[in-house]
Ligand binder design. Structure first.
Ligand code: NAD
Length: 246
């Protein structure tokens, strides 16, 4: 990381589990244990049964809005501040990187800041809508034509935001180091970004409790808690910086 000119980080749900937000695929606590993703978290599922989607997502959204960034989020923000991290690509929708102070963030799977009407495509800030929905369970509707509002998060079967994906591919090509933290690397196209980085000559570090399909190709693999490992890496880098001072 000290030697790299351009370090890009890719994070997933595992970076936020220490903030109390369950990931999708951890064997015991993952959200996949309780629901069929294609049923509830897909575009088809949303269109077919929005009530079901909203019931499933309600505790998750409440959880995300109440969560606080953890030491892994703060360590990444600090690395960016020190000039040791160029861009942070995240698959998360919980906005915790921003709240921890990261600046150059590409949110590949959207976020919970805005929602779009499925009829007229008007976009609204979620403030007000989400609170009312969380309190009453009433489905959020467009003030203009009463169409359903869909949070601007990417559901299964839905295209990723074009600009973010293009930018993520570009920084992956330009990176000489990619750090993956807290992602199973099972969701494409995000999971292909480290492969792109490798193809363009980058080195790869993976910090993830579970195995990933790229473990064998990575330069460093640490199967541990990112909330412990990332602050430890930060501490070593800070120490190294101090030692190099005259
Ligand atoms: P995933 O659930 O597929 O994988 C999470 C990975 O993180 C697992 O391999 C697990 O072993 C690892 N992990 C769990 N806790 C960890 C920790 N403390 N330290 C290190 N590793 C840890 O998640 P994914 O790869 O991000 O992909 C699934 C999709 O989940 C994404 O599209 C994302 O949008 C969505 N999602 C987001 C959130 C969120 O915003 N916080 C929460 C759940 C799901």
């Amino acid at each position: 990381m000290r030697a790299a000119q351009s370090t890009v980080v890719l994070t997933g749900a595992g970076i936020s589990t220490e903030s109390g937000i369950p990931d999708f695929r951890s064997p015991e606590s993952g959200l996949w244990k309780t629901a069929d993703p294609i049923e509830v978290a897909s575009l088809i599922g949303f269109r077919r049964n929005p009530q079901h989607f909203y019931e499933w997502v309600r505790p998750l959204v409440r959880n995300m809005l109440n969560a606080e960034p953890n030491p892994a989020h703060y360590a990444l923000a600090q690395l960016e501040e020190m000039g040791l991290l160029t861009t942070l690509i995240t698959q998360n929708i919980d906005m915790l990187h921003e709240r921890a102070g990261s600046r150059h963030i590409l949110e590949l799977h959207g976020h919970l800041r805005t929602a779009t009407c499925v009829e007229c495509f008007r976009k609204y800030p979620v403030d007000g809508f989400l609170d009312r929905f969380l309190e009453t369970g009433e489905l959020p509707r467009c003030p203009h034509d009463n169409g359903l509002l869909k949070p601007d998060v990417v559901l299964f079967g839905e295209a990723l935001p074009f600009k973010e994906l293009q930018a993520a591919r570009r920084v992956a090509q330009e990176a000489d180091l990619m750090l993956v933290a807290g992602s199973s690397l099972e969701v494409a196209p995000a999971s292909e970004l480290p492969l792109t980085a490798l193809a363009y000559g980058a080195r790869l570090i993976i910090v993830n409790i579970g195995r990933t399909y790229l473990d064998d190709q990575a330069d460093v693999v640490i199967h541990e808690n990112a909330a412990t490992v990332l602050p430890a890496i930060l501490a070593l880098l800070v120490q190294g910086k101090r030692e190099r001072l005259p």
